[in-house]
Design a protein around this ligand. Structure first.
Ligand code: RP5
Length: 161
């Protein structure tokens, strides 16, 4: 059963958003990827948000660039947690996307991640962490990843001066 929805405003967002999907795939979490545009396909956005809960989605990872109202509008139509990823934009490098997504008025939260690939990957990892709360195997896999990261840093060396 699909557990996580990965949606984005355009297929031009894919190069960033694929990093969320890749994390989910790594951990064996079932997910789906869809293009849903807030301003170009608003009816589809409403349908996606309204059916997310009944379909059993644990969360929705939503990425968009520019005015980036997709995460906020999804959150307006469902209580399924929305993880927002600001996609870098052409002229403002994603600072517009970040401010648009992070500045939700009180009452309708969107968990907002960093601009770009790191944000998308972290949103994927965060979704895994949410599911790991009731899945010991996922929790063990996440802890193993953290341990690997730790060992990588501990093994880092610096050049002689
Ligand atoms: C937003 O406008 C999308 O999320 C995308 O980041 C941006 C540009 O979309 P395209 O013109 O590439 O379709 O809605």
């Amino acid at each position: 059963m699909v557990k996580v929805g990965v949606v984005m405003g355009s297929n031009s967002d894919w190069e960033v958003m694929r990093h969320a999907a890749e994390q989910l795939k790594t951990y064996g979490v079932e997910f789906e990827c869809r293009v849903v545009s807030a301003h170009r396909t608003p009816d589809l956005l409403f349908e996606y948000a309204e059916t997310a809960g009944p379909r059993g989605l644990a969360c929705i990872i939503a990425g968009a660039g520019g005015a980036a109202h997709l995460p906020g509008m999804l959150a307006a139509k469902t209580t399924v947690p929305v993880l927002g990823v600001p996609v870098p934009s052409k002229y403002l490098r994603g600072e517009d996307s970040l401010l648009s997504i992070v500045q939700m008025p009180k009452g309708v939260p969107v968990a907002t991640f960093a601009i770009g690939e790191a944000g998308a990957a972290n949103a994927g990892l965060f979704a895994v962490a949410m599911l790991a709360g009731s899945d010991p195997q996922l929790a063990a896999a996440l802890n193993a990843f953290r341990e690997t990261q730790k060992q990588t840093v501990l093994a880092m060396t610096l050049p002689e001066v």
